[in-house]
Design a protein around this ligand. Structure first.
Ligand code: SAM
Length: 233
């Protein structure tokens, strides 16, 4: 298991307030100014978001339910949830991300919004309160397993009912891909990427009193993300 050096939080925060914001704001947007790799990641990520929304829609939606979206980025999940009627408390360690998400929500919500979303610059470890559903999509990739374990434990403490998390799965195939990627690092890869074994993530969820109820996988050429829904057992 990879252990934390302890300084990931500050490094990740700095990255997502500077060059990381530029890069991911483009990827999570609609402009044509993306290269082929970024377009592939945009499409893969959109599939993950669609899968989460489909899960919620299939069980009748989250109208009126409280949701904490931790590490919300530019609001790719938080905004459609609010537009569907959920009361979303979204937060991100990067103030640039949280401000951009708020801007996008204002532009999207229309005159009579069904739900509501508020966006805050805050690391997920500092989020408080209780929510029906807690989501944390594609955030753990920035942290080693011991830190991810602590994150899951905290996210679980915020959730009355359900937790939805996604992570880059540690399989032999993806481990090789990652090693190759590290041999030829691109200029935009300013943070380390960590893969997580599904059994480690599931064990952390179980320790926190949650049981996995749904699993999905999204894999395109450059994007891969394992998605788990867990409910209080
Ligand atoms: N969840 C969003 C989505 O799927 O569109 C964004 C995913 S993006 C790859 C990772 C996001 O996690 C960035 O916006 C980053 O600033 C945020 N992040 C990283 N570490 C965090 C932490 N400890 N607490 C809160 N947000 C964090």
């Amino acid at each position: 298991m990879e252990a934390t050096g302890g300084d990931e939080l500050e490094a990740v925060k700095k990255y997502f307030n500077t060059s990381g914001f530029e890069r991911w704001n483009k990827i999570y947007g609609e402009t044509d100014e993306v290269n082929k790799v970024q377009l592939d990641i945009r499409q893969g990520h959109a599939q993950t978001v669609d899968k989460v929304l489909k899960w919620f829609d299939e069980e009748g939606g989250l109208q009126g339910a409280s949701v904490a979206d931790c590490g919300c980025g530019t609001g790719s999940l938080a905004i459609p949830l609010a537009l569907r009627g959920a009361n979303v408390s979204a937060s991100d360690i990067s103030s640039s991300m949280a401000s951009e998400a708020a801007r996008r929500y204002e532009a999207a919500k229309g005159a009579e919004p069904k739900g509501n979303a508020v966006f805050e610059a805050k690391d997920l470890e500092s989020v408080t309160g209780r929510y029906d559903t807690v989501t944390c999509i594609d955030v753990m990739i920035h942290y080693p397993q011991d830190k991810a374990d602590a994150m899951i434990s905290h996210l679980a403490s915020l959730s009355d009912r359900r937790l939805v998390v996604s992570f880059a799965p540690k399989t032999p195939y993806y481990s090789v891909l990652k090693r190759i990627g590290e041999l030829f690092p691109g200029p935009s890869k300013a943070t380390r990427a960590y893969l997580h074994a599904e059994e480690d993530v599931e064990a952390a969820l179980n320790r926190a009193g949650f049981k996995v109820t749904k699993r999905e996988m999204t894999a395109t050429s450059f994007y891969f993300s394992r998605l788990l829904e867990a409910v209080r057992s």
